[in-house]
Design a binder for this molecule. Structure first.
Ligand code: B12
Length: 211
């Protein structure tokens, strides 16, 4: 792995918020793909922090510091993600949000950024989105795809409810993701698509708009 990506990962693990911005700048100066740096550097770092939190080795303040460190670097790297060719027709419209009672936004934002960069029009409803808001927004915005993110096993059931209602109304295709979400769960609740990462979400979205 590139030394700079390794340093990005370690900055998140060590909550090194002072240095992380400079390391992210270095990524861009060296011409390293920002998506690779986000996924292999920041993403791997935050997974380590999450595991330590889950194992009881660290507590909420440290978890928050790890997330803030990641967000600081994302603010530098995300704008550098190459956009699709300007002026071309949109690849489709995606309504995205994190489900009710869930405030995790980093993965959802990354998916939204990559979708936009690949020519999709993205309507981002934010986090902690009530099921009814998703349903109403499908009616208002008429997206091709509704993309739902959940990071907690306790909030995944909201996905099932939104998918059920959107499918029943045949208003749009549905795509789900987030760390605890699996392909099996997606099939079980009848979602049209699933991906375990942001690049895969773009591939899946392209497939779904063609269907
Ligand atoms: C960062 C983080 C936080 C931050 C969130 C900051 C923010 N602004 O988003 C803070 C500190 C605020 C936080 C709070 C909490 N957290 Co937290 N958090 C995490 C952590 C460490 C990383 C999540 C993350 O950002 N990952 C990086 C991104 C890039 O990855 P990702 O989200 O998985 O997204 C990728 C894919 O999943 C996919 N994807 C994501 N969304 C979508 C959507 C679609 C449509 C598709 C196709 C793909 C896709 O693409 C993304 C890019 O590759 C995880 C641990 C983990 N392993 O996930 C715990 C974790 C999710 N948190 C957890 C918990 C318990 C909490 C708290 C309840 C803690 C507390 N006691 O208060 C609160 C929750 C509050 C709430 N109501 O939501 C638990 C959940 C356990 C469970 N029940 O399932 C975890 C698993 C930690 C653990 N091991 O215990 N958390």
């Amino acid at each position: 792995m590139d030394d700079v990506i390794e340093r990005l990962k370690n900055a998140v693990i060590n909550y090194d918020i002072d240095c992380v911005k400079d390391i992210a700048q270095e990524v861009l100066e060296k011409g390293i793909d920002p998506i690779k740096a986000i996924e292999q550097g920041l993403g791997e770092g935050i997974k380590t922090v999450g595991k330590r939190f889950g194992d009881g080795e660290i507590f909420l303040p440290e978890l928050i510091m790890g997330a803030e460190t990641m967000k600081t670097a994302m603010a530098v790297l995300e704008p550098a993600i190459p956009a699709g060719s300007p002026g071309r027709t949109t690849a489709g419209k995606v309504l995205i949000g994190t489900v009710l009672d869930d405030i995790h936004e980093i993965g959802k934002n990354l998916v939204a950024t990559l979708l936009s960069a690949n020519g999709f029009e993205v309507v981002d409803l934010g986090v902690n989105v009530p099921n009814e808001k998703f349903i109403q927004s499908v009616k208002d915005a008429k997206p091709n795809i509704v993309a739902l993110s959940a990071l907690m096993t306790t909030t995944m059931p909201h996905m099932a409810e939104v998918v059920k209602q959107v499918s029943a109304s045949q208003g749009a295709k549905t795509m789900i993701g987030g760390a605890p979400v699996t392909e099996d769960f997606a099939k079980k609740i009848g979602a049209s698509g699933y991906s375990g990462d942001a690049s895969g979400a773009v591939t899946k979205a392209k497939e779904l708009v063609k269907k």
